[in-house]
Design a binder for this molecule. Structure first.
Ligand code: SF4
Length: 312
């Protein structure tokens, strides 16, 4: 493949999850490949849409620096490379449940034109793949995305909500040009109206946002008849997703039960196999190192000088 000059591969000790770091002289991207429990039963790929990220979420290793938008080819090539690899190494050509998620490094809606082109190309190549976009909700037009979501019925949408008030969310996600929670609720309902598919919201639970009041606020904003909820945990920049999950397992199940009671259909994010290869987006040391070594190719993101938020 000529799209990337270099590809690094990291395999978890359990072998269920692998991370890949793709780089050229002026950009770095990362993808994660999961099998549940085997590639032919269920394969999940998380791919990047930007190199670094301008949004600056305080828990995210990609949030300090932004290099550039990835090209359509660079976005598509990550999934193609991984699917070719599992065909070559495991002989898997027919996957029962294939999900490609635009939720590794970068904010997909800030690279929407290329995101849409990537969705179209990936759908043509893998017509049965679920193509899921996870966004922090920048305040831009979502028309191009809504258009492709209407044409391709395997396209899904998830918002990273993480907090039940705008004030708390502002601390976590300092990017100014973002939708309020109420505006996110409206965009999700619009997606539902146009596609008849449920939008999801992701909520990172911690000891400061797990009360009945939080659930009440969420249920008021996000109609449980329309929305589905994903419950996960905040992963520190220097810990693995699995370590964060183990640390806060009780918290997530207790909160998930409260959400169920409020009428939500919830799923708890399962970090299966993420034992020793870095947690969420941009947490690979290689990516961090690439950013440090290429100061002339990156610019600081909005939250660069703000303190890192640690899960309580
Ligand atoms: S969590 Fe996503 S949107 Fe936030 S800084 Fe990281 S990559 Fe960007």
């Amino acid at each position: 493949m000529n799209t990337w000059d270099n590809i690094e591969r990291l395999v978890s000790s359990e072998g269920n999850v692998e991370k890949f770091v793709f780089s050229t002289d002026n950009a770095v991207a990362e993808s994660v490949l999961y099998r549940y429990p085997t590639y032919d039963v269920r394969t999940v790929i998380c791919c990047s849409t930007q190199s670094g990220c301008p949004v600056g979420c305080r828990f995210c290793g990609a949030g300090d620096n932004f290099a550039r938008n990835l090209t359509t080819e660079e976005i598509v090539s990550q999934s193609v490379y991984l699917l070719d690899l599992i065909e070559k190494e495991h002989g898997v050509t027919d996957i029962e449940n294939l999900q490609i998620m635009f939720m590794s490094m970068g904010e997909p809606m800030l690279n929407q034109k290329r995101l849409v082109e990537a969705i179209e190309q990936l759908h043509e190549k893998y017509p049965h793949a679920a193509l899921l976009v996870s966004t922090s909700g920048p305040n831009v037009s979502y028309d191009a995305f809504f258009d492709v979501a209407q044409r391709i019925d395997t396209v899904g949408l998830q918002f990273s909500v993480h907090e039940s008030t705008d004030q708390a969310r502002d601390e976590l996600i300092p990017f100014k040009r973002k939708l309020t929670l109420e505006q996110i609720a409206q965009r999700g309902e619009r997606f539902h109206e146009l596609t008849s598919r449920p939008p999801f919201f992701n909520y990172c639970v911690h000891e400061g946002n797990d009360t009945a009041e939080d659930v009440k606020r969420l249920a008021k904003l996000f109609n449980p008849d329309i929305w589905r909820a994903t419950i996960s945990v905040i992963c520190e920049r220097d810990e693995t997703m699995k370590a964060a999950h183990d640390r806060q397992r009780e918290l997530t199940s207790a909160f998930s039960a409260k959400m169920d009671e409020a009428g939500f259909t919830t799923r708890v994010f399962n970090p299966a196999g993420q034992d020793d290869i870095g947690g969420g987006c941009g947490q690979l040391h290689y990516v961090q190192e690439w950013m440090r070594n290429n100061p002339d190719k990156v610019r600081p993101s909005v939250g660069h000088n703000l303190p890192i938020i640690h899960a309580s």
